[in-house]
Design a binder for this molecule. Structure first.
Ligand SMILES: [Zn+2]
Ligand SMILES: [Zn+2]
Ligand SMILES: [Zn+2]
Length: 443
């Protein structure tokens, strides 16, 4: 077994490593990499290209990218950890060298390699993880708090490079996102968890139905509180149709209870309808994903696909017809609307373009209201801000510019050509997009 050892300066190598393993200088030739004895900062000021690709055992240190960690050297445990990494190492070396080099650079290919080498990525319930669940690849692609386990894997899934199966489902806290929450039946009237059940008794003879305790018991027999007759045979003269819920806090009696959550992380109380069910997925690389990994070619930066995960997109023609109706309505009711245009094709590098689309999508999702309409056509986003007159529309453009300016350089933001104009001006033909459309129509 060949080990590549990345040791902190002046940390002695356990002699067992020298004795029992073949130590190699080049991580590309190793079965498993070992990070030896140094605090995180000393070992990982930058991420080496092989990190996350070949299996890593951290020895006497912690390293976020490690597959396994040993606090102290123990020959038996160490062998076990290395053996566990061998299969992954072999899978990695199956990938052609040129494609491995690409996987070291491209975050999507790197993630595919990571999942493929480990034969899938399973959601793991983990009390130590913030939301209570973690995926191994989050070491590579930190989750942005979405329980899909990272934006990158969602992109891979949407494009068919990974498949997902439901591992479990949960109701995250609407306040902090944690899945660690009590979910329990509560009183539908006052929300108290202090509820109990009462058995109902139905007396056929007189039609009375009420809680069991209102029927006096005479020996083994009930007596009806309404007609004072004795109930003889269940199914013959009386029945027990079920139970009702009784709230000890507000005294309400009801057939239905509600479900409410209490977050164990932040103590927030929430009704279940504030926390839609989220699925926790396991991921596996699909044949299409393997093709991409082995060829080093991945087509994943399509802005339309990325944007549509954040905002619902319509065709430009649809937006125009909504715009015309809005203009007519605005003339009658005296309100104005604005149109925002953004060029998301400004970046030439596909990875950067994908990232740009993702950021724009995130910002738009925060900015837009339900009455707004967004179209995507030829790398250009057109956003119809209904009812946003000349005093509000430019604000939206400014906010978008500022938000993107925090992440991208001025040159990039400039090139995105973010513009806001009144709906009228837009409909009067101030629409660079439509020259394309016109050409199509003539053809
Ligand atoms: Zn009765
Ligand atoms: Zn109640
Ligand atoms: Zn919470």
């Amino acid at each position: 077994m060949r080990l590549f050892v990345r040791a902190a300066p002046e940390v002695p190598l356990p002699s067992a490593l020298r004795l029992h393993y073949d130590l190699v200088e080049d991580p590309e030739r190793a079965d498993v990499a070992v990070c030896l004895g140094a605090p995180d900062a000393a070992l990982a000021p930058e991420r080496p290209a092989w990190a996350g690709l070949i299996p890593v055992v951290a020895l006497e240190t912690r390293w976020p990218l490690a597959d396994d960690e040993l606090d102290t050297f123990d020959a038996g445990r160490f062998t076990q950890a290395v053996r566990a990494g061998l299969a992954a190492g072999a899978r990695y070396r199956d990938v052609p060298a040129a494609a491995r080099a690409k996987a070291a650079e491209d975050p999507y290919l790197g993630l595919l390699a990571f999942i493929h080498m480990r034969d899938g990525a399973s959601a793991r319930l983990d009390d130590a993880a913030g939301p209570g669940v973690a995926w191994p690849f989050e070491r590579l692609a930190p989750s942005r708090g979405d329980l899909g386990g990272g934006a990158l894997v969602a992109d891979l899934g949407a494009a068919g490079y990974v498949s997902r199966t439901v591992n479990d489902a949960g109701h995250p806290c609407p306040e902090c996102g944690s899945l660690k929450a009590l979910l329990r039946d509560v009183c539908a009237t006052c929300g108290s968890p202090d509820i109990g059940e009462e058995m109902l008794v139905h007396h056929f003879t007189c039609g009375y139905q009420g809680p069991e305790q209102t029927f006096d018991a005479e020996g083994d027999l009930y007596r009806c509180p309404k007609c004072r007759r004795t109930l003889r045979h269940i199914g013959m003269d009386y029945d027990k149709p079920g139970a009702i819920t009784v709230c000890r806090a507000c005294d309400a009696r009801a057939e239905e209870t509600a479900v409410a959550g209490r977050c164990l992380s932040c103590a927030e109380r929430f009704p279940i309808d504030r926390s839609p069910r989220r699925f926790l997925y396991d991921y596996a690389v699909t044949p299409k994903g393997l093709d991409a990994l082995f060829s080093g070619v991945i087509e994943l930066q399509d802005p339309h696909a990325i944007l549509s995960r954040f905002v619902s997109l319509v065709g430009l023609e649809t937006l125009l017809s909504v715009g015309r109706k809005l203009r007519a309505l605005g003339e009658r009711r005296a309100f104005g609307s604005s149109v925002l245009t953004i060029d998301v094709g400004a970046e030439t590098d596909p990875a950067a373009r994908g990232d740009l689309a993702r950021r724009v999508g995130e910002e738009l999702a925060a900015l837009l209201r339900t009455e707004d309409t967004v179209a995507y056509h030829m790398s250009r986003l057109t956003v119809l801000l209904a009812g946003a007159g000349p005093e509000h529309g430019p604000d939206a453009a400014d906010r978008l510019r500022q938000a993107l300016g925090r992440v991208f350089s001025d040159t990039v933001v400039e090139a995105m050509d973010i513009h806001c104009r009144p709906l009228d001006a837009f409909l009067e033909g101030d629409r660079p997009d439509l020259s394309e459309k016109g050409a199509e129509d003539e053809a």
